[in-house]
Design a protein around this ligand. Structure first.
Ligand SMILES: [Zn+2]
Length: 343
């Protein structure tokens, strides 16, 4: 059955429950615990050294201008561990862990009991001046069950803006060792990218989300998927790719996930004036390389439809949809007569 999306529809979240389902919401981990704060980095964003892909972001970055900011527990907890700049707390009544990173001052000791109440006696510490002056909150910890996406649970949270697709392109199959994608050539007559006989194709989607007042205009998206229809004018769906969603349980330390989810050319910002780039490859999934196998594909033109998603709040998400037309045949060949009269 063919799937049809209208642009920017709002749908309930289809969470993929992989491990543990959390039942409770939690407040913001900094002063003003019951008001929304600025999210400068979302869960699953690409991270790594200069222009490299190293790992997917295992939490959210909560910015607060240039102010030294006190942070508090999001759950009644014991202090499980601390380093010079990070603290892990463990729920007293729940099997939950939270990681606080990039702290400038730490106010508590390992073993302390702290409560999710904004008071000096519960203060974990302060952040002040790290990067864009942010606290990194991880919902989980490195050697635990993996990490949850905090934007499912933190309250209040509302993102009123839609994600945006900047472009869709096709490339020869990229693998974890591809340094630079080989884009399929463009037919100068039709303007469409062309696939050679039996090419293995990855779909590349440059996209971003915005949380506007509460997060700026260049956050990573929550999920992406793709559908291929054709040959045109036939609009039968011939294959669809579930892509991936920045969901619970993923992104353990040193994960190779990043190489499948993100195409080369993606990067995380290296300074406050630099801009992150998110190029997703929905033909892959978290843990393995995938592609559109065009072996035996009927000659003609095909429509690639991509949908990206972002979270509106803890229960709903919204989307952007876009599409491109691609065609069979190498760029060195002229389109056939029948192709030309279709254009
Ligand atoms: Zn972070």
């Amino acid at each position: 059955m063919k799937k049809k999306y209208s642009r920017n529809i709002i749908v309930p979240i289809m969470i993929l429950f992989y491990s543990i389902i959390k039942l409770s919401a939690y407040p913001w981990p900094l002063a003003g615990m019951n008001t929304q704060h600025y999210v400068g980095g979302t869960f699953g964003e690409v991270r790594g050294p200069m222009y490299g892909l190293d790992h997917c972001h295992r939490g959210i970055d909560i910015d607060n201008g240039t102010t030294e900011t006190a942070v508090y527990p999001v759950i009644n907890a014991k202090v499980l561990a601390k380093t010079d700049n990070a603290v892990i707390i463990e729920g007293i009544d729940a099997y939950e862990y939270y990681t606080y990173d990039h702290l400038s001052t730490i106010s508590i000791q390992q073993g302390d009991t702290v409560y999710a109440i904004e008071a000096d006696s519960n203060r974990i510490g302060y952040f002040n001046g790290y990067g864009s002056n942010h606290l990194h909150l991880g919902d989980g910890y490195e050697y635990g069950y993996g990490f949850f996406n905090p934007l499912f649970y933190i309250e209040p949270f509302s993102d009123t803006y839609n994600p945006e697709i900047e472009y869709i392109k096709i490339a020869k199959n990229i693998t974890s060792s591809t340094v630079s994608p080989t884009l399929c050539p463009t037919n100068s007559e039709s303007g469409n990218q062309r696939m050679g006989e039996g090419d293995k194709i990855d779909i590349l989607v440059k996209a971003k989300d915005q949380i506007a007042t509460y997060g700026g205009y260049n956050n990573g998206i929550y999920g992406v998927e793709a559908t291929i229809e054709g040959p045109l004018p036939d609009d039968d769906e011939i294959v669809s790719y579930e892509g991936f969603f920045m969901d619970n349980g993923f992104f353990n330390y040193n994960s190779a996930d990043v190489n499948y989810i993100y195409a080369p050319g993606s990067k995380s910002a290296q300074s406050t004036t630099d801009t992150s780039v998110y190029i997703y490859a929905p033909t892959n999934n978290y843990t393995s390389d995938g592609y559109w196998d065009t072996e035996g594909l009927e000659e003609g033109r095909y429509k690639i439809i991509v949908t990206v998603w972002s979270l509106i709040d803890n229960d709903y998400m919204h989307s952007d949809e876009d599409s491109i037309i691609v065609e069979t045949g190498n760029s060195s060949e002229q389109p056939s007569f029948s192709e030309r009269i279709q254009q």
